[in-house]
Design a binder for this molecule. Structure first.
Ligand code: GLN
Length: 487
């Protein structure tokens, strides 16, 4: 059982339940894997170590509890989710010494289900980025090729899952930060529909877009984790009060027969690299051979998505990040001479360049003179983008396209030009603007770079179950993804 860390979450959960593996053994296997791979990966900002082992031993002492779906399973969570007693930095110097006094809603759900939080995953500062290069602490590397980025902003989560440091991670997705790193690292990443998972304790970036979700090695694992973290939270006013299906049950015996799969023309043309196109088309052909009906659809406002998203996300960020003022949380500058310089210096010392850029642009688009031209217009276009999705979903059951135009790019390749970095989000951001659920499924390796390729699937409101079901059928019929070549 030396390769325990290679197993899927669902498999290890079964072994834990039957007593074949103890919670301590599972935790120790992940901690050993962390020790072996972290020097090359830098995926984690904090490792719970002894505390996690103590917790595992205490659980073993009382024996497996089958009523807890993640009993004894080690997981990591993105450092933007509050964890009681564990540092929560959001990848920012401004929260360097911040230790929350409560758990995010999804973290308490994980704990109630018996999961063991073994680490906090690295991320772009305040989830702003697409490569994890904006972390104030370190740059996470891609387990498939350490010269390349793992994607972002949940790059630490993706790398930790792909490398076997844990059996699942919770990431957050404001404009693609679960799906894009999942695609770059060859794992499954699901962004639930807005409101499906409570945002309480998720440090806000763009409140109308943010959503936490599972990042796992298999579709069944994502189904299991989503069931645990989804559901109504009366303490989040945007949380949806709707029943949560048993997603694991929903994917059993699923079929693609008669499923109408919509291919938006805007996602399959210009700008898409040949290897991503080829790998995604192979998966679509497979779906067709399994009985899916391929339907051409259109998302005509796609070309406005980048501008719309970055205006709205920056506006919301500038407002949300006002709370970090050196008074209430985290870092306070020691160099201040009066109240005004204390605010300014605390923020200037605490925030990185990209965060400051976004606060300034966000403040600008919200300012009295420009509000109508930028913020209001973007809010109107957002509605059109959502309507595109609803129209397309009137003609098909699921929408399908590549998750990203390319496979993982090299570290440093896009850092000189922020706009170039923003453009890489073209296929993921519209979904957040629409509020609908979507996921990235690994469909193989690109023929040119040898790096993982992710196929995206989008579904209608509250349709996470059929989304997962279709992904599970594809996964079962695709060649198995190899493990990344990290020692
Ligand atoms: N790359 C996008 C951004 O920088 C999305 C990030 C995210 O989803 N958190 O805003």
């Amino acid at each position: 059982m030396s390769q325990l860390f290679d197993l899927s979450l669902t498999r290890v959960r079964d072994l834990l339940r039957s007593g074949e593996v103890t919670a301590e053994a599972a935790t120790a296997a992940c901690l050993e894997r962390i020790a072996a791979t972290e020097p090359a990966l830098d995926a984690l900002l904090h490792v719970a170590g002894e505390a996690a082992l103590d917790q595992a031993r205490a659980m073993d002492a009382s024996g497996p509890d089958a009523s807890r779906p993640l009993w004894g399973v080690p997981v990591t969570v993105k450092d933007v989710l509050a964890t009681e007693g564990l540092p929560t930095t959001c990848g920012s110097r401004i929260l360097e010494n911040f230790v929350p006094v409560y758990d995010a809603h999804c973290v308490s759900r994980l704990k109630e289900a018996g999961a063991i939080i073994i680490g906090k995953a690295n991320m772009d500062e305040f989830a702003m980025g697409s490569s994890t290069e904006n972390s104030a602490y370190k740059i996470t590397k891609n387990p498939w090729d350490t010269a390349r980025v793992p994607g972002g902003s949940s790059g630490g989560s993706a790398a930790s899952v792909a490398a076997g440091q844990c059996f699942a991670s919770i990431g957050t997705d404001t404009g693609g930060s679960i799906r894009q790193p999942a695609s770059f690292c060859g794992i499954v990443g699901l962004k639930p529909g807005y409101g499906r998972v409570s945002r309480r304790g998720l440090v806000a970036y763009g409140s109308s877009l943010d959503q936490a979700g599972p990042m796992t090695r298999t579709v069944a694992d994502a189904a299991l984790v989503l069931k645990v973290i989804a559901g109504h939270d009366p303490k989040d006013s945007t949380s949806i009060d709707a029943p949560v299906p048993d997603y694991l049950e929903a994917i059993q015996g699923a079929s693609l027969k008669g499923l109408r799969l919509g291919l938006p023309e805007q996602y399959w043309g210009e700008g898409l690299s040949a290897e991503v196109d080829a790998a995604c088309r192979r998966a679509v052909d497979l779906a067709a051979s399994l009985g899916a009906e391929i339907v051409p659809v259109s998302l005509p406002h796609t070309e406005y998505a980048i501008a719309t998203y970055y205006i709205l996300a920056m506006a919301e960020a500038s407002s949300n990040l006002a709370r970090f003022d050196g008074v209430r949380y985290g870092r306070r500058s020691t160099k201040s001479v009066d109240l005004a310089t204390m605010y300014t210096r605390s923020r200037c010392e605490g925030f990185g360049e990209e965060v400051m850029r976004r606060i300034m642009l966000g403040t600008y688009v919200l300012s009295a003179g420009y509000y109508d031209a930028y913020y209001r217009k973007a809010a109107q276009v957002r509605r059109l983008i959502r309507q595109d999705f609803l129209n397309a979903l009137g003609k098909c059951d699921l929408i399908c396209g590549p998750a990203c135009p390319t496979t993982a790019f090299a570290i440093g390749e896009n850092t000189a030009d922020p706009l170039q970095m923003y453009l890489t989000d073209i296929f993921t951001i519209s979904l957040n603007l629409s509020g609908l659920p979507g996921m990235s499924l690994p469909v193989g390796l690109g023929r040119d770079t040898g790096m993982p390729v992710g196929l995206q699937l989008f579904a209608g409101n509250l349709q996470e179950a059929p989304l997962l079901a279709a992904a599970a059928v594809l996964e079962a019929n695709l060649p198995a993804m190899p493990a990344p070549p990290i020692a």
